[in-house]
Design a protein around this ligand. Structure first.
Ligand code: NBG
Length: 798
């Protein structure tokens, strides 16, 4: 599009929406006009794209309760290759593109890594021109807005639709009915078995399309978000004079798509959550089947044209719901329906944390989904038959592998019982699945298990978030990396080139300066861009060990106090993290970080050397500013618990050095860059397991290490008058189950060693820049393009 075409289109849209030309609009109106035009362009482009798809092409449907989309405006302009042109036209008409970007709200329909991964994959599938549709829920309120009030996290509703609605295209004509509760009756009508559900509550699922653009390509895919509506007033209640009750029912139905559950790596077995999951699964499958029938007639060919992916167990109801639709609505017998399900469905596991493995109490499952329950029981019955044949008499094993057991329905086993492929998200994680969590299923069918290491949409996380570095890379190694991330590797040639190294330093400093300005604005704190920016940004979770980071900072503080004359590389520790609203220990750790931040600021003797900043409301758009400014990327989970991590990849590709344990994808990062280009520390998975087996007593470590003991004492003696007895107790007593469950104490000494080494290394700026360069150059393999192509080849067989 030329500039004059753009202006003409913008004016047309402007007149259509506001009966005025662009230059006469307010900023908010201009924002809406630009977004509406982009939506129209994408809609037309999608039409052309789908019309050209070959008859026999296969499509993947990615089912996920979360898509952490972030903002769309800049991403769409960038992908369509018109960012510069739009910026210029807007400027001529009196608008600053950056200010319009600031108006674009984050679509926060996810909690953390799992949701962001789904969005990265949808972006990359589109860029790779693979037909794909994401399915999720149009939560009216996404992940809460976080404010720190008196050092304590407080949650506020995130009304993203107020402006974000502009990206959504409602399609009332494609709505589906979803049924909850009631009774099921089965009978034989002389020819076949019939099933009916009666007295159910009916909810209408209305789809909203969000177009997904890909970089420099023909494809436009879409993310379909379901919204729950009541089918209409309950007229009988209405005419009985029960006006309020009929309205009440309405809100009861609509509450299903009201709000995202704000827990990451944790489940709450709540009725509403089950209803959300079923709404997503049932409406999506109905629409997939309807489309398949329109195109191909017969559902027997479903697996040839359709792959349905279950993103973690949240959409695991796909298994019984697809069975139900095939049998009850389309007349298939059990065996044929089961075979279709097996050939269509695949499943990714994203965690080994036991509190995140979904299990529903049987009574709730039956109460809400009586027909699905009946089918799940039959799946379980047949599964047990098979298992008893494989393991005669081994009741323990069969019970462990069963779908229903101990009064619960186990969603992971439901997926394992059916899906043709099961994958983990990093090499280490997949090995852990095979060796422990899913070992019995692995032994039964090893060929079903595979690994796809996570990847990131690096065009958002590098090219858009870090334009200065991107431009410099283009000048230095050419533009091929924009399309193929592996081309980044040619940067290695410049490892000894001092001009390149100093330019990398200059760009990093500029990004740090920008972040420092934001910190000054948001937190009222001045931080120096010449200090080492040491960054930990991710959900607050005990296993991720933000607490270990804090303990180490306190040790640094004590060191500075006791060695006032010694040189110390000034550090700025930056945290961003949301805690699940009901996760008290996580909130206490946030409170501790904030207390330490104030404490250090209040001490003039350390203030210039050591600072802690907690940036509130960590989200995609904030990450895009923090990540390009990082010197160190903290990835310090206890080995064995972080399935992959994806922040580690985003930070690496922006030139940060990883300080990490051998956990998740850190292992593969280490394989890429080598030990000498990161700061490794801590126990390996084997060492962690051995220590548990031997008996772990954190008190012994504390008794043996006076430094550690002094730091832990600070938690109870007080930091600026605030004490943290629960945190101390979680480390030293078994009041919270087991003492120091995530072994922060055991890894403390080695973490200190690694941190000291990092400080030392930062003094040699040339060396540091070389390490940083290697990280950028070796990050190509963590592109989501590579990851989705592994899925399309090996799992979805597209
Ligand atoms: C998260 C893991 C991360 C991983 C992302 C994406 C859940 C359940 N899992 O380590 O904790 O990077 O999934 O795979 O949120």
């Amino acid at each position: 599009m030329t500039k004059s075409e753009i202006l003409q289109k913008l004016n047309e849209t402007s007149v259509r929406l506001y009966a005025q030309t662009l230059s006469e609009l307010t900023e908010k109106q201009a924002y809406k006009v630009v977004c509406t035009l982009l939506r129209d362009i994408l809609s037309a482009k999608r039409k052309a794209y789908t019309a050209e798809l070959p008859e026999d092409s296969k499509e993947v449907y990615y089912m996920s309760m979360e898509f952490l989309v972030g903002t769309s405006l800049r991403n769409n302009l960038y992908n369509l290759g018109v960012e510069k042109e739009f910026r210029a036209v807007l400027k001529e008409q009196g608008f600053d593109a950056d200010r319009l970007y600031d108006l674009d709200p984050d679509a926060g329909l996810g909690n953390g890594g799992l949701g962001r991964l789904a969005s990265c994959y949808l972006d990359s599938l589109t860029g790779c021109e693979k037909p794909a549709t994401g399915f999720s829920i149009r939560y009216e309120f996404g992940i809460f807005r976080q404010k720190i009030i008196d050092g304590w996290q407080t949650e506020f509703p995130d009304n993203w639709l107020e402006r974000g609605e502009v990206w959504l295209q409602p399609r009332n004509d494609e709505s589906y009915e979803v049924r909850f509760g009631g009774k099921v009756s089965e009978w034989y009508d002389g020819e076949q078995f019939r099933v009916a559900q009666t007295d159910y509550q009916s909810v209408i699922a209305v789809p909203y399309d969000m177009y997904i653009s890909g970089y420099n390509c023909k494809a436009v895919n879409k993310l379909v978000l379901w919204s729950a509506k009541l089918p209409g007033f309950d007229m009988s209640a209405f005419s009985r004079g029960e006006y309020v009750r009929s309205l009440e029912q309405n809100t009861m139905a609509e509450v299903i798509s009201k709000v995202l559950y704000p827990a990451d790596n944790h489940v709450e077995g709540k009725r509403l959550r089950l209803k959300q999951q079923y709404l997503l699964v049932s409406a999506s499958l109905q629409s997939i089947l309807a489309k398949h029938i329109r195109k191909h007639g017969d559902l027997a060919t479903l697996p040839d044209h359709v792959s349905i992916h279950i993103n973690d167990t949240h959409p695991a109801l796909c298994v019984p719901e697809l069975m139900r639709l095939l049998m009850d609505d389309h007349g298939f017998g059990w065996d044929e329906a089961w075979s279709i399900c097996q050939r269509t469905l695949s499943y990714t596991n994203h965690t080994v944390m036991s509190e995140a493995l979904e299990r529903w109490s049987e009574w709730l499952y039956e109460e809400q989904l009586p027909r699905i329950y009946a089918i799940t029981r039959e799946i379980d019955r047949r599964l047990k038959e098979l298992l008893y044949a494989a393991y005669p008499g081994d009741f323990g094993k069969v019970n462990y592998m069963a779908v229903i057991g101990d009064g619960e329905v186990r969603m992971a086993n439901l997926c394992l019982a059916c899906c043709h492929t099961v994958n983990g998200v990093s090499a280490l994680h997949t090995e852990i699945l095979k060796d422990t969590l899913f070992h019995d299923y692995y032994v039964l069918g090893p060929q079903r298990f595979t690994n796809v290491t996570n990847g990131i949409a690096y065009r958002r996380w590098l090219c858009q978030a870090n334009p200065a570095l991107t431009e410099f890379l283009c000048d230095t190694i050419g533009t091929e990396f924009l399309k193929d991330a592996n081309a980044l590797e040619s940067l290695l040639k410049f490892k000894e080139d001092s001009a390149v190294l100093s330019e990398l330093q200059r760009i990093k400093r500029e990004n740090k300066r920008r972040l420092a300005a934001l910190i000054a604005e948001k937190n009222g704190v001045a931080v120096s861009p010449d200090s080492l920016f040491d960054i930990q940004i991710k959900r607050l979770h005990e296993y991720k060990r933000q607490l270990l980071n804090v303990l180490q900072i306190l040790a640094m503080y004590r060191y500075i106090k006791t060695h006032p004359a010694e040189d110390f590389v000034p550090r700025t520790f930056i945290f961003g993290a949301k805690a699940s609203a009901g996760y008290d220990m996580a909130k206490q750790i946030i409170s501790l970080i904030c207390a330490v931040s104030e404490f250090l600021a209040s001490d003039p003797a350390v203030n210039d050397k050591l600072k802690v900043v907690f940036l509130e409301d960590y989200r995609v758009s904030l990450a895009e500013i923090i990540i390009p400014a990082a010197d160190i990327s903290q990835q310090i989970s206890i080995a064995g618990k972080e399935a992959s991590g994806t922040g580690n990849m985003k930070l690496m590709i922006n030139g940060a050095l990883t300080m990490g344990t051998l956990d998740g994808a850190n292992v593969e990062i280490c394989q890429q860059v080598g030990k000498e280009n990161m700061f490794l520390f801590g126990m390996t998975v084997e060492e962690v397991n051995a220590l548990w087996a031997k008996g772990y007593h954190p008190q012994e470590f504390v008794a043996a290490d006076p430094e550690l003991s002094a730091v832990v004492d600070m938690l109870t003696s007080g930091i600026l008058g605030k004490t943290f007895p629960d945190i101390a107790a979680s480390l030293l007593t078994d009041r919270f189950g087991v003492a120091d469950r995530y072994m922060a104490i055991a890894d403390f000494a080695d973490y200190r060693r690694a941190q000291a080494e990092a400080g030392e290394a930062f003094l040699n700026r040339t060396k540091w820049s070389q390490m940083s360069l290697v990280n950028i150059a070796k990050a190509g393999i963590f592109s989501a393009d590579r990851a989705v192509l592994e899925y399309t080849d090996r799992i979805w067989k597209m």
